[in-house]
Design a protein around this ligand. Structure first.
Ligand SMILES: *Cc1c(COP(=O)(O)O)cnc(C)c1O
Length: 386
């Protein structure tokens, strides 16, 4: 089965990890800060905090944003449940606004309407735009709407490492640079752009958030004498917040630093594969290729087509050894969300209609041209027979 996504581990990655295994530090040694510095520089952010996974990144971002009971977090229904689960971990409520029917990203107009007409007991405190499939959201509009409502902005860029967009001044803005948000979360799960096995990072330009995130990652502990409330001696540290053990190990960070060197060429390869799909599937009856908004540079974590008979096309392709997948079943329709928060089918009709027809085709840098053309042949045949 040709999977829809796959990591790429080369000899230099293995050597980087083995080097750490032979060193004095397995966790929280020099490789962590090296990876954080390299990642921050790559995406153009001042600070980066490496954590155990992308979900932990979102959780800590929500805690640093001060989310708690009585607050709500607004996101897109077209995402992985972790984007809003992060709010639930803090005791806050989830809220959604529908997607744009072409980009499949959060619709800024829907956000504006939601904030204008919002009623209910919880107060919107944060918004989490998700750069679905790797195509950046309209952050200029989302940020201006969110700032008016005093929301903390946390970008879920788990699909968008290596993506960028051009603002109205003509400047390219990289995902993760936090030019239009407070914090950005990334994941290094093996299907994402680079991997540390499990892993994630939060980037920010705000020193207050950076300090808070670092503390929350490590049980809320403070060791710096300048910030201690009590002084006992050189051994002393104190817990000032309820934090977690969300650390990322040196082994994993060494892998991340090695992988990061390949990001640009891997994103370029993803875009080459997407261009081949666009070119050869663009005029196939019954197949809609993903719209790319002008001034966006997608990093194509996913390549999603829309087809009429989704189940049939999906099963045909799986039967032919093409490991297609579906992203995403709308979050608000998961039983947990329906049972606990009362969401219903019909609440977010564009995301629901999108889901009914969506199929993610394989896209990952190590795919050969033969693989790409096999997928194209099989998609054409499946669409013809559906
Ligand atoms: C992968 C992903 C996450 C969670 O990342 P993990 O590292 O698996 O915890 C969150 N949001 C989105 C959109 C993702 O794709």
């Amino acid at each position: 089965m040709l999977p829809y996504g796959h990591q790429w581990i080369e000899e230099d990655d293995i050597e980087a990890v083995v080097k750490v295994l032979r060193s004095d530090w397995l966790t929280t040694g020099p490789a962590v800060e090296e990876f954080e510095a390299a990642l921050a520089e790559k995406v153009g952010a001042r600070y980066a905090v490496a954590v155990a996974n992308g979900t932990a990144a979102l959780h800590l971002a929500c805690l640093a944003a001060g989310l708690g009971p009585g607050d709500s977090l607004i996101s897109s229904p077209n995402t992985f449940a972790a984007s809003t689960n992060a709010a639930l971990y803090c005791g806050a409520r989830p809220a959604f606004v529908d997607i744009n029917e072409r980009t499949y990203n959060m619709d800024p107009d829907a956000l504006d309407r939601f904030l204008g007409h919002h009623t209910g007991e919880s107060k919107p405190k944060a918004v989490v735009p998700v750069h679905f499939s790797g195509q950046p959201c309209d952050m200029e509009r989302i940020a201006s709407i969110a700032r008016r409502a005093d929301l903390v902005i946390i970008e879920d860029a788990c699909h968008a490492l290596g993506a960028k967009w051009r603002d109205s001044q003509g400047q390219w803005q990289k995902s993760g640079s936090c030019s239009h948000c407070d914090m950005t979360a990334f994941s290094f799960h093996p299907v994402k752009h680079i991997t540390t096995a499990e892993g994630g990072v939060i980037t920010t330009n705000r020193s207050d958030l950076y300090e808070k995130l670092k503390r929350l990652r490590n049980h809320g502990l403070v060791r710096d004498p300048a910030h201690l409330q009590n002084g006992h001696g050189a051994w002393y540290y104190e817990m000032q917040d309820l934090g977690f053990n969300y650390r990322l190990s040196d082994l994993q960070c060494a892998l991340g630093t090695s992988q990061l060197k390949k990001l640009d060429s891997w994103v370029a390869r993803r875009r080459e594969i997407a261009a081949a799909y666009d070119h050869l599937l663009g005029d196939v009856d019954g197949v809609v290729i993903p719209y790319q908004k002008e001034n966006t540079y997608s990093s194509y974590h996913l390549y999603v087509i829309q087809v009429e008979s989704r189940r049939k096309v999906f099963e045909t392709l799986r039967g032919k050894g093409i490991g297609v997948q579906v992203h995403f079943f709308p979050v608000h329709l998961h039983p947990f969300y329906r049972n606990h928060f009362g969401f219903r089918p019909g609440d977010f009709p564009i995301a629901e209609a999108y889901y009914e027809h969506a199929i993610s085709l394989p896209v990952f840098p190590q795919m050969s041209d033969d693989d790409v053309h096999r997928v194209i042949r099989e998609v054409k045949a499946a669409a013809r027979n559906a």
